[in-house]
Design a protein around this ligand. Sequence first.
Ligand code: GAL
Ligand code: CA
Length: 342
Amino acid sequence: MIYKKKIKNVMSVLHICSLVVLFFCITSCTSSERRISLFLYTDTDPYIMLYTEEILANAGTDLRVERYFARNSQTIQNEQIERTINRKTDLMIVNPVDRLGMYPVIERLRQEKIPVIFINREPLARDLDRWNQIWYVGARADQSGQLQASLVATLFGPATRLGPLDRNGDGKIQTVLLKGEQGHQDAEIRTEQVTKSLASAGYDIQLLTTEVANWNEEQAFQKMEGVISRWLPQIELVISNNDAMALGAIKALRAAGKFVDDSGDGKIGCTDASWIPIVGIDGIRDAQVMIDRGYLAGTVYNDYRSQARALMRLARAVLGFSSENITDSKYVWIDYTTIRPE
Ligand code: GAL
Ligand code: CA
């Protein structure tokens, strides 16, 4: 009898155990958590790092986002994508190294039926058109160039009557342009639009030189050292395709004796004779600090917070977590806005 009871007890304990196991299996094995693989062109770009932070912050608990940094090599990125295909992933988010080289990536993901959202570096429209499970979330480069031109216009005053920042009073603005990576839509279009917009508003921009510094602060610093040794007394404006390069320019110009408190009011600003207006794009934290301290004349916010939010809403819709209609086309565009000193 006792023996039988013992067996019965053991059986019911086993029964409870299996129920517990079953319960865990139902909650974890059929858990709604989805895997997203996020491919970023590098981990040394401050703007991309802020954007990445924001994407993770918007993922919530039901989306698992795994990051892969490609060290600025498309070959590395392709390998990372290939390896991820072999493990299970529900969606890919790709910030290409080479936006023009996305055709093979798209073909591969189409074969595997893995949807993909591109960000920040816009693939060719004809590549995006190859499949209906591809999207692009970004900002319109021409808008950033136009807004940057409006910052310059405010600084210099009316085109026909330039204010005191036309240091030599010749009615022209002697300008240095710092350009991002060649072939990047933002570098090409921002450069073209900022100069075009100023010209069509009647400003006479005398371009001293255009220097390519690949979005990078250190490269901009070095390029500016060369520019300074050749043109320093003439420079009246520095237009930079992004904030990181603008910060490099500030550093180089400070080292060359610019940005000192000539007026003796305890502050750095446009009333100092050695002050040179520099405008950037992005609105990264360090740029905001330099605006507050009087060194950076303004920037154009490349709204990574809204881009990350829109991206993750689109991701949820693609994964079937929501029935929200995010876009009727393949594109989601987020507006730029200007950031001026208070
Ligand atoms: C731009 C941004 C740059 C750089 C680049 C990378 O949109 O303004 O600072 O991050 O993207 O692709
Ligand atoms: Ca001038």
